[in-house]
Write a new protein. Structure first.
Lengths: 394, 249, 206
């Protein structure tokens, strides 16, 4: 799709744009995006009639939501759920009672919202958001899709386009004719126009709730950096089949323009506080993905902001330990050693440290680390394994 | 119903020209649908019916499948009403579990769904996918997983049902006719579903039936009875009651 | 999205796969020999691309016993997922791949990563154990399956053998079944297979 010419042109525009913003700031002119104030938040939706296409989506999603609530992948932590509900309440300006937020344990960056008011937030997103404003940006974007009823538009557009790629098929496992419901893909793969509109609505909601709009650009930028690892330098310009948030380099500039320089709440501390009890598990889920380069982009960024964060040091150390390519062993040692000295080091740090020392043939250091681990976690899942290592080392 | 008849006629014509999936058997081999050694339920046994897992869809002209809430709601009501006409088949001691209560047993339903998938794939469909160790027998059990359901309801058997049904919109029908005139074969709507009877004392699936056909209409209260009767064909009676003879439509 | 993938997979499997009966002496990949007292069902991979054999008692939606025999360094433990579109300078996603010199817990991590593609996985136990006559490791885990929200329980064994030609070879088995009722019921049958496992020396193929 984009040729090198276009990239070159966009690149020029990008640098020109930054230049412009800088100039505007120097001139003392608040670069407020006037077009934001023209965006109206619609009043609450009535439940659509059962015989409409939108009514059909609502019904289907209602039943999906009932099942979702019972899923082992749904996060039940009460404080987190209350926090997310409150955040979405403040963002959604009057639509509060129609929306239910469900945090889900999936280690990827995503959030989605169905026409019936069900919102899903994946743990991978919550791990990557650096503060409340960044989370608000993404949730506001989803609210944008919801408030402007993009899913229904997508469905109608798909019908108009006579999408013949959908086979007649059923959701679920039973049936001699299996196939996909084109519905799912169509409903969540938004058009470029929808994405831009959702960005604008999201920005408006964010700013009205008092958040710093520039954080929206930041979080999409961060995502792009991760996507570039496997997607190449053109990652995000064209989403693959299952990417629901195609993000472009130009998007950051658009968001910065919309944000202006009004400033606002970032809310780093309250955000960190509410995810603290869950974050280690999410970090471990990220490591288990086995996509080391992507994880390193994330962990490097997190540590650049918070150098002494023992949980992230542990996680990054684990990635280096598992990848084990040139130079990784030393990096793992450095990270895990730093983590172990921090006051709230996760107990797994000592296990990992012991394994690294063992690999370096530093028997004394390995034994010390393993002993610390077993002292703090005698019932650890791998206690038997670690004890056998200790026996070998002694 | 004129609409049903024309749809049936057209789809039957297509079916004769081009076999699409297994047709409903005129005579079922009983081992297909009944667990080994099981023929009838114990006398005075109690049956609990779980809410049907049901979705109805419409297929637009271009083949886009979209959910229809009005049809799904109607179908759920019709299904329950149709079940009520099956007293001879189901027996006198029948209770319907409400949606809220059924939700408490979501893990059992989730497990049962996987079991039903396995039965469908490896037993009903069978063929290359049949599991040799099963020896062509309906031999699956949820074991002690069903105990909480037994304790709550006091029932001896539980009936699980699952239906997915799609209907072609009028634009689609026109498109199908046009395509048929051009010589192309197109699929209309398909009704897929299963009914599964689980012995709550052992967890065994004692009876299983699958529907996979191009007709049937759950949107209509009259036609739903036909669907329910097809779904429950061969449903094991309890000793002391005769299963109603099935009248073909 | 997940349902689409699951359905596509089921579609492909249903279209081309077939199931055969396993009993008596069986050999996986010409290298891992097992002796079966209970019969099992082997699901044949349609295009012969999976690096493991898949066996089952109750069916694909319910349980599986996967067996890896003689995996060589550089070989992946699972097939790469299908990619629908990719830019010229895009990198492949990583898949857990065997290499020389992996200590036991790193071997377990490979399987943790393998199952993490199917849902949320947590290793609940890890201890030294013999497998196929080699010193190795046995591990237990839980898996919340993303495709249908079913709670699964699993156990695995993995061992590495020194080899003159390849340096090292990996042998492994995993057994996964629904946590409710099925896992406990079927585990003894899976363990019987694993206990009988032996490495076949002097393979017929090169």
């Amino acid at each position: 799709m984009p040729s090198t010419d276009t990239t070159g042109r966009r690149g020029f525009l990008r640098s020109a744009c930054r230049h412009c913003l800088g100039l505007a700031a120097l001139a003392g002119l608040p670069a407020i995006a006037q077009d934001l104030s023209s965006i109206r938040v619609p009043p609450r939706f009535k439940r659509p009639a059962a015989d409409t296409d939108e009514g059909g989506l609502w019904g289907l999603m209602d039943r999906e939501e009932t099942r979702l609530k019972r899923s082992p992948l749904t996060i039940q932590d009460k404080d987190l759920r209350a926090y997310l509900s409150d955040l979405v309440c403040r963002l959604s300006e009057g639509h509060c009672t129609d929306i239910r937020v469900h945090p889900v344990r999936v280690p990827r960056f995503n959030a989605m919202m169905a026409p019936n008011g069900m919102m899903l937030v994946w743990s991978g997103l919550m791990l990557r958001a650096e503060n409340e404003a960044q989370l608000a940006a993404v949730l506001g974007h989803e609210l944008g899709h919801y408030l402007e009823r993009h899913q229904v538009e997508q469905l109608r557009a798909a019908k108009d386009r006579a999408v013949l790629s959908t086979m007649v098929g059923m959701v679920g496992g039973v049936g001699s004719v299996l196939g996909q419901i084109g519905l799912m893909a169509d409903m969540f793969a938004f058009s470029r126009e929808h994405e831009e509109r959702a960005d604008r609505m999201g920005m408006r909601l964010m700013r009205h709730a008092g958040y710093d709009g520039r954080e929206a650009a930041a979080i999409w930028d961060n995502l792009l950096a991760e996507l570039r690892i496997t997607g190449g330098k053109d990652a995000g310009k064209r989403g693959d089949m299952f990417e629901t948030h195609p993000t472009t380099a130009g998007r950051r500039d658009q968001l910065l323009q919309l944000a202006g320089d009004a400033g606002g709440i970032t809310g780093a501390d309250p955000y960190r506080k509410v995810i603290a009890p869950l974050r280690l598990g999410w970090l471990q889920d990220e490591v288990k993905r086995g996509q080391y380069e992507e994880s390193l982009v994330l962990f490097d960024r997190m540590l650049a902001k918070q150098p002494g964060d023992s949980e992230v040091l542990y996680a990054r150390g684990e990635v280096h330990r598992l990848r084990d390519e040139a130079g990784d062993l030393e990096r793992a040692l450095s990270d895990l050693d730093a983590a172990s000295r921090a006051p709230k080091a996760p107990v797994e740090t000592f296990r990992a440290l012991g394994l690294v020392h063992k690999q370096r043939s530093d028997r004394a250091a390995a034994a010390r680390a393993f002993e610390t681990y077993l002292a703090q976690a005698p019932q650890a899942p791998d206690a038997a394994m670690v004890r056998s290592y200790l026996a070998e080392l002694k | 119903m004129p609409a049903l008849a024309s749809r049936t006629t057209r789809t039957l014509l297509i079916a004769t020209v081009f076999a699409v999936g297994p047709a409903v058997q005129a005579q079922e081999v009983s081992t297909k649908h009944l667990a080994p050694g099981f023929t009838i339920r114990a006398p005075e046994s109690r049956l609990v019916i779980l809410p049907a897992d049901m979705e109805l869809f419409s297929i637009s002209a271009g083949g886009v499948v979209e959910p229809r809430e009005d049809w799904t709601e109607a179908a759920q009501k019709n299904f329950v009403a149709a079940l009520a006409t099956q007293k001879q088949r189901l027996g006198p001691h029948v209770t319907q579990l409400g949606a809220a209560e059924a939700d408490e047993f979501a893990d059992i339903t989730t497990l049962h769904r996987a079991v039903a998938d396995a039965i469908s794939l490896h037993h009903i469909q069978g063929g290359l996918m049949a599991l040799p160790t099963k020896g062509d027998r309906l031999d699956w059990s949820l074991g002690d997983a069903v105990r909480p359901l037994k304790e709550r309801t006091g029932a001896d058997y539980a009936l699980f049902t699952w239906m997915r049904d799609s209907y072609t919109s009028n634009e689609r029908k026109l498109a199908m006719v046009a395509l048929a005139l051009l010589g192309a074969i197109t699929l209309g709507g398909e009704q897929v579903g299963y009914a599964s009877l689980v012995d709550l004392n052992t967890g065994r699936v004692v009876w299983f039936n699958k529907l996979d056909r191009m007709w049937g209409d759950l949107r209509d209260s009259g036609a739903s009875v036909e669907t329910v009767e097809a779904l429950l064909r061969g449903f094991p009676g309890s000793s002391g009651s005769e299963e109603a003879s099935h009248a073909k439509h | 999205m997940k349902k689409v993938l699951a359905l596509l997979l089921a579609l492909l499997l249903a279209a081309c796969a077939n199931v055969s009966r396993m009993d008596g002496e069986q050999v996986v990949n010409d290298r891992l020999a097992v002796h079966l007292t209970d019969a099992w069902n082997k699901v044949s991979d349609p295009w012969e691309v999976d690096p493991y054999d898949t066996w089952t008692q109750e069916g694909i939606p319910l349980d599986h016993l996967r067996l890896w025999g003689g995996v060589r360094p550089g070989q992946p433990l699972m097939t790469k997922p299908a990619v629908f579109s990719r830019a010229a300078d895009a990198k492949d996603r990583r898949v857990p791949t065997f290499r020389v010199g992996l200590p036991p817990e790193r071997l377990v991590s490979l399987f943790e990563e393998l199952y993490a593609t199917a849902g949320a996985v947590t290793v609940t136990r890890m201890e030294p154990a013999m497998f196929a006559g080699q010193k190795g490791v046995r591990f237990e885990f839980t898996l919340a399956r993303r495709s249908d929200d079913l709670d699964m329980q699993g156990v695995g064994w993995v061992a590495v053998r020194q080899d003159a030609t390849w340096g090292e070879e990996l042998y492994a088995a995993t057994f996964v079944a629904p946590r409710l009722s099925f896992y406990q019921r079927l585990l003894p049958m899976a363990e019987a297979v694993v206990k009988s496992a032996r490495i076949r020396s002097n393979p017929a193929r090169s």
